[in-house]
Write a protein that binds this ligand. Sequence first.
Ligand code: 5GP
Ligand code: ZN
Length: 112
Amino acid sequence: MSDCIFCKIIAGDIPSKKVYEDDEVVAFHDIRPIAPVHFMLVPKLHVASLTECNESHRDLLGRLLLLAPRLAKEQGLETGFRTMINTGHDGGQEVFHLHIHVFGGGATLPKT
Ligand code: 5GP
Ligand code: ZN
């Protein structure tokens, strides 16, 4: 997707502070963090949101979720973290390339 900002980050055309990369997934810090540690897990495959996911994305979704606690720990979130997936305009999604926010640190997060 030529006009997708996360595809440009994945391609290396826009710089980012990467925390992880493998053949299917990248993780990088959010440019506008809402907590002392805030990064996003992003599939290299362009999928707009959870709404566009189907059975063929099952392994990828599992891989993304299983990476969350591992990377959270590596980033110093030893005692807990929050995950967030914004889906669609009314779900507060700004970037239409699927991603999982992982954030925390500093203090216990308020209940939602
Ligand atoms: P969404 O609301 O779609 O779940 O979240 C998109 C996130 O991407 C926002 O938290 C925003 O700060 C972050 N973001 C937008 N553009 C960039 C960028 O160019 N680089 C990085 N690292 N994060 C970005
Ligand atoms: Zn994309």
